[in-house]
Design a protein around this ligand. Sequence first.
Ligand SMILES: *Cc1c(COP(=O)(O)O)cnc(C)c1O
Length: 735
Amino acid sequence: MNGLSTENESNNMYPATGLQSEKSFKPDFKLNRSLPENLKFLEELSWNFYWSWRPSAVNLFRDLDPQLWDEVEQNPRQLLRKIGGLRLWQRANDADYVRALNNFESEFRDYISQPAAEIVGISMDRPVAYFCAEYGVHNSLPIYSGGLGILSGDHLKSASDMNAPLVAVGLFYRYGYFRQSIGHDGWQEERYQNSFDQNLALKPVLDDEGERVLVSITMRGREVFAQVWLAQVGRISLYLLDTNVQKNNDVDRFITGHLYGGDVDTRVVQEKILGIGGVKLLRKLGIKPSVFHLNEGHSAFLTLELAREFLAENPQADFNDAIANVRSQCVFTTHTPVSAGNDVFSPELIEACFDQSFIEDLRIEKNELFALGRVNPDDENEAFGMTPFALRMTRTANGVSKKHGEVSRELWNEMFPEASVDDVPITHITNGVHAPTWIAPAFQDLFSQHIGENWKDVANDWESWKSAVEAISDSEVWRSHKLLKSLLISFIRQRTFSTDTGTQDTIHEHDDTNRLFDPGVLTIGFARRVAAYKRWNLLMSDLERLLKMVDDENRPVQFVFAGKAHPQDRNGKVLLQNLMALDNNSQWQRRAVFIEDYDQEVARYLVQGVDVWMNVPRRPMEASGTSGQKAAMNGGLNLSILDGWWIEGDNGINGFSIGDLDDPDISQEEIDARDAEALYNVLETQVIPDFYELDENGLPSKWIGRMKNAIATLTPQFSSDRMLRDYFSSIYKQD
Ligand SMILES: *Cc1c(COP(=O)(O)O)cnc(C)c1O
């Protein structure tokens, strides 16, 4: 099937479409109600995701109606629309509440009124344009699937906090990514929700006449239009393209329907909308970026639009001149450690996507276009890879951890035949996470008390931060952690409670949750995509040995799992089903749970509440990983294979390492067996004994020492603030 006939929506995992009413093309997401005068600021605040990383602002929404807040899944606009009048007027009459709201209003106005800073010579008149296919800003904007999206969301939040000159471009997926539930039989089921039914914090982007800005992109032999939404992420504008426009035919309307729906025909046109449409949009808005950041290869087609523009302005120039010009403006971040992990398109797909006149505008033949996406340009059997293409069209490329930089240099060495592996021009910037988003309010509060309200700035100076954290008393750190652990356990009990459990309790649903989990028991979290390289099986490889730990009378262990399998990944679903079905004459049913629908909200409870965060990927497949960084900032100890970021993070105290760094020349089965042995061994001889060892005051002081060391050493090094500074000083900066 080629791109000209993409009736891909017949895939029955998608909801039926039907023709949409006029209204569904033009939702304005208005509240259609007015708030009491002294609460009006809440509506303004709900338009800016800044609230989501300020605990006091989260509380302002939650305290309006805590039960409704959970029902609307922490969507403030939905809350403001649905909340009953009595609740609203009670708050409007609550002096403490109104005072807190007014205080936050001052903070907010102060924050957003500051003009963008100039950083390494880059300022808002020539900003950085950040392109990514997904953004995980907050659950109430469901346009992310996992790690890449969370990373780009954190990138924007740190950019906002440092007042960086940056604008962001992405796609608005009307049905987002799937929501997961697990049936009684343990089989994963997928659901898609129409986000247009929600009150999203998205504003339509309008032109001077008040009409919607539309960009048009030619593909599959016709013009496709995309409208634009604006999400405000603190001081950062995030523009989202959306082809659900009445002018488009039914198929084209669904180009931006789903995130990672799984077929390449849709994927390639989505990427054209993102890349080509994104550049056209910036031009329409009068934004003239000095740097285009391709965060992963999905947006790499933008380089062709830049080339087309250059050639249109320079009639004498040829395509090589254009490449030189484009390269000087573009930087690329790669995120996977395998070539097959990146998008690869057949020549037919590329051809359907880029018609002859576009290729003529580039002053090349279509074979030359195909060659741009090949590792070996002369190999006509090679398909078009977005990573080789991006590497060719950008001035710098980087992986997302030191190890991933090495792996990428090796992986793409063939493209640079004259270079030795070490000289392949791919560097690295290690990923980080946004501390205010991921550190629990209980710990932020502790830091404010002991380090100061500006604790986040203190973290920029690693030494000062370390001594300040080490100075906090053990008992206070432990108390905060225990609070969060109890919160996690009540969350687990609520999420797994089921009044309709079918025949028996499974680890994703229980009818009696009171006996589930114990706050005194060592709690290990394992939440990740159900992909083969994450090795969900490793922990179960010796069931007897595992259950011996779980059942131990004095020093038991409990496990919380979460993660989605890709809708088309049968093996992954079988694996999950086996995990659900694991039943046994042991305490397993009571000490293991699976939380459905892993997302940003679930992740927060987990990384903030567990004692240990486990990660057992097959090396070197974890390009970076970020969830362990979130856990560490909350005093969680990583128990991880030495891969990705953990190679840089581990110091022997701030967590536990499994296996070593050698790459022995043995089979995959043997490596798995060795790693499983090492995992059990570390659990039995280090993790469990350390956790249960109490000092004369009844505190696990050795463990708390490790927790403090994790917070002290890992928070500054793996914050997205550090990551942003690195991007500015070594990637965005012009020579
Ligand atoms: C942080 C996060 C991820 C990325 O975690 P990994 O360490 O790459 O597994 C994925 N999904 C969600 C919801 C997250 O919050």
